[in-house]
Design a protein around this ligand. Structure first.
Ligand code: PDD
Length: 283
């Protein structure tokens, strides 16, 4: 059975859903997106994702389609029609098709709204017990990484470089400071404090990041939403990544060096467990 998706007011089989070649998302990457997760059929942190979608739209000066308030109902219908339980949902909103191709906004934009289920990518079987390895790459992105833009070439190149170097994730470094991963936020335990880059324009304010910070506070873990350098990360006691797809994922290697004793640390594992309890788990 083919997957049913939502495109501009219609529910269609995936193969039947098409957009114009003049779509500005295609020509300019003129759009924003969200990825959220269903656990046993229920969206996790839906309101936070929708809020971030609205913030991204504001940052991109993108008129949101009228159907945006219906997103909870659209997601519910897609979950029912596709019999979805544990999956992710991809939402994309662009400035739509316009003629001729000019950089400035079209006088009458017809924004596109796409909502489609995506299977959760599979992590290496031992990822949570052995951790993953990472490599660092220069953060060459623009200075509005808080906008969840579909313009992801630097992230794609970074992730591919990581894969070609046998690593799971690429970690961006700007002016010696660790910002975030190519598709995940980065945390490190430094001198007993859990550090992560502040949610400013230098990173995407991850929803998982926010949940993890709240869980850490509940667990009495010392938190510092402050930047740390690559040198500090090399010498960190522990480190981990967070994202909607990867949840809380221990990092045990960076640039070929072990983090701490080269095994997932105790603070990380408490948060892996606390996060799993919060979502109700899926495995
Ligand atoms: N990635 N940083 C970047 C650059 C990201 O692209 C993402 C999410 C995150 C983590 O955000 P969250 O916890 O809200 O998923 C951080 C999504 C999942 C993606 O691109 O598929």
């Amino acid at each position: 059975m083919s997957t049913v998706i939502y495109l501009n007011g219609e529910y269609l089989p995936l193969e039947k859903a098409t957009v114009s070649v003049e779509e500005r998302g295609f020509l300019f990457a003129d759009g924003i997106y969200e990825v959220l997760r269903l656990y046993r059929g229920h969206p996790f942190q839906l309101e936070a994702h929708l809020q971030r979608l609205r913030r991204s739209a504001q940052g991109a000066r993108l008129p949101l389609p009228q159907a945006v308030p219906d997103l909870p109902a659209i997601i519910e219908r897609l979950a029912a029609e596709n019999d979805l339980h544990d999956t992710s949902i991809y939402i994309e909103c662009t400035r739509g098709a316009a003629h001729p191709r000019t950089h400035a906004f079209p006088a009458e934009p017809h924004p596109t709204l796409l909502v489609m289920p995506q299977s959760i990518y599979t992590l290496p079987a031992d990822a949570f017990t052995r951790g993953v390895s990472t490599v660092t790459v220069p953060d060459l992105r623009w200075r509005r990484c808080d906008i969840k833009s579909i313009m992801l070439l630097p992230n794609i190149l970074a992730k591919q470089q990581a894969r070609e170097q046998g690593a799971f994730e690429a970690i961006f470094v700007r002016d010696g400071v660790v910002t975030e991963g190519s598709s995940m936020n980065t945390f490190a335990v430094i001198d007993g404090t859990l550090a992560t880059h502040p949610a400013d324009q230098g990173i995407l304010a991850g929803i998982t990041r926010q949940v993890v910070l709240a869980l850490a506070a509940e667990l009495g873990i010392a938190i510092g939403e402050q930047t740390f350098t690559l040198e500090q990360m090399y010498n960190a006691q522990e480190a981990f990544l967070t994202s909607t797809s990867a949840e809380v994922l221990p990092i045990t290697q960076i640039d070929g060096r072990p983090i701490g004793n080269g095994r997932p640390g105790p603070v990380t594992m408490r948060l892996v467990e606390a996060f799993r309890q919060k979502t109700g788990g899926w495995r």
